[in-house]
Design a protein around this ligand. Structure first.
Ligand SMILES: CC(C)(COP(=O)(O)OP(=O)(O)OC[C@H]1O[C@@H](n2cnc3c(N)ncnc32)[C@H](O)[C@@H]1OP(=O)(O)O)[C@@H](O)C(=O)NCCC(=O)NCCS
Length: 235
């Protein structure tokens, strides 16, 4: 499913269940520590199994993928990537840094955001757009999809900038028919080194799962999407 919303320059691997034969490398075991609960251990392990499958697709041999600054994964030199885990889903996406500057992926359960979360993660203009989308396409939980898109943006943003980005520091607009979105970072967030202020992303919705992906090309040329990657809302 993730492959459908990523360009050809990005390799990915996903799993809808924990993979019993997946193992951690010694450095990863040490990073995980002993005090973690079983659920965390399983997601940490399976997503790294996915990462090594995706890395193999771009010709990179198995390496540890350790949590670095503020939890951002540390990829081998010349590689960018992103990982996500949600209930019943784990995925990793990687690319060579001479083709892709940054990638961010996120998965969320396909359900409404809890309680007051919406107000905390959206701008007023976004809430207006969400209301219109919910009226026109009620089969999608647009509030959760917006949250998902913002987390994908952050996972691309942070490795480039090493700066935090608040949920209200970006305004997301969805194209419901094309399966795309655009996130405009509010000016004044000014990162050094400079990072793009506009992020183009794609999203996909399944009955129990929402996915969002953001890819920042390395050069001026846009990265090429797969021909069949338009993912309109499920009917
Ligand atoms: C870091 C964050 C994005 C993770 O998202 P999440 O939905 O909680 O969790 P997911 O399972 O999807 O992703 C977890 C993975 O994200 C990656 N990650 C964690 N911190 C990261 C960071 N600072 N930068 C990039 N990737 C990061 C890790 O690979 C992690 O997996 P691991 O711990 O097994 O290595 C989220 O916890 C967070 O801090 N959000 C606040 C910032 C934000 O999203 N702002 C919106 C700006 S518009």
């Amino acid at each position: 499913m993730l492959e459908l919303i990523l360009p050809t320059a990005v390799a990915c691997a996903e799993s809808f269940a924990d993979v019993p034969e997946s193992t951690l490398l010694p450095e990863e075991l040490e990073a995980l520590g002993t005090a973690r609960h079983e659920g965390r251990r399983r997601e940490f392990t399976t997503v790294r199994h996915c990462a090594r499958r995706a890395l193999a697709d771009i010709g990179v041999p198995p390496v540890p993928v350790l949590p670095g600054e503020r939890g951002a994964p540390v990829w081998p030199h010349g590689v960018v990537g992103s990982m996500t885990h949600s209930a019943g889903y784990r995925a990793a996406a990687v690319a060579l840094s001479d083709q892709v500057r940054a990638v961010g992926i996120d998965a969320e359960p396909h359900a409404a955001l809890p309680g007051r979360t919406l107000g905390a993660v959206t701008l007023p203009e976004e809430r207006q757009r969400l209301a219109a989308l919910a009226a026109d396409f009620p089969q999608v939980h647009w509030d959760r999809l917006l949250f998902c898109a913002k987390e994908a943006v952050y996972k691309a943003w942070f490795p480039m900038t090493r700066r935090r980005l608040g949920f209200r520091d970006a305004s997301v607009t969805f194209d419901p028919a094309g399966g795309t979105f655009r996130a405009a970072v509010v000016e004044g967030t000014g990162a050094e080194p400079p990072a793009p202020l506009v992020y183009e992303g794609r999203w996909a919705a399944a009955p129990h799962l929402l996915l969002a992906a953001v890819v920042v090309p390395a050069g001026p040329a846009a990265v090429r999407n797969r021909p069949d990657c338009a993912t309109p809302p499920p009917s």
